[in-house]
Design a protein around this ligand. Sequence first.
Ligand code: BMA
Length: 341
Amino acid sequence: MLTPILRSCPYIQRHPANPVFISSQVPYPSTLVFNAGVIKRKDEYLMVFRNDFNHIAGSRFEGTNIGLARSKDGIRWTADPEPCFDGNDPKIRALFNLPDGELGRCYDPRLTEIDGEIYMTFAVDTRHGLRGGIAKTADFKNWEVLCLTVPDNRNMVLFPEKIGGKYVRLERPMPVYSRDGDRFDMWMSDSPDMVYWGNERLIAGVEDFPYANNKIGPGAPPIKTDQGWLVFTHGVDIDSSRGKNGWENAWKKRYSAGMLLLDLDDPGKVLGVYREPLIAPEAVYETEEGFRTNVIFPTGAILEDDGTVKIYYGASDTVIALVTAKAEDLIRCCLDAAKAR
Ligand code: BMA
């Protein structure tokens, strides 16, 4: 058991079918499936997921690509026969217009639908640093890459509509100077066209999440409620006493999911940060089994018509799991936390 012991918010329920998606459901090489973006379109849920395949040793794998799965109920998923986005595929590589050998793996995808268009944000390893990308597609076969940030940046998520006439995103740059070690926070920027981004603002720092001592950042794309934008985050605490864990020799970080509420018209204004974890590692597939245990990484959220929120997260960097909660309970948690400060 890691100290301090963290508990999940009492208003979330782990789905009884958890984990809802595992590598044996993938019809091509697959070892770990995690960190999945999800949208709901008409009567279908669509999921893009990170797929690491063929373990070599330690944290090394032969490759990583992004797969696509579909579901009628958001619980039972069927993967398409081929990955949908693979940085090794010359057709995908050509979209980036980078020098030979520059592009590495693409991973940690999130999905957002804006005005009927589908956008995928993702992280890209390059020879000159880690960059955040935004691609657009109508069919998950043909893509257009619209934006690549300067290094180092990742965990970008898009708001599902323009605000004040601009596209808006949350992101987590990775500053290494002027700070005490690596402490990463959540930022926001906006764009007139999805290509040029600016007007950067700090939204929340790691110090705003008392259970995190190392980094926080966006998790799932924000969901719109009548009380504000509900944003699910990841938060990391480092416990230096940790040793062997999962498949690696040493993994000293614990990832929990968190949340905060942002103003609808001015999302740069924070209405409340829930000060406890939303999902802390507790279930056996979160704490005992898999590649890197004690990792909860939320990357997809769907608000259903009855007010239920489905939150998808990578568990132990190995499988995809689902919790549900009532949006009104989560909003109240954020607003109560703001009142208590
Ligand atoms: C981060 C990313 C995520 C991963 C997490 C925990 O740095 O690589 O994809 O889920 O670490 O290993």
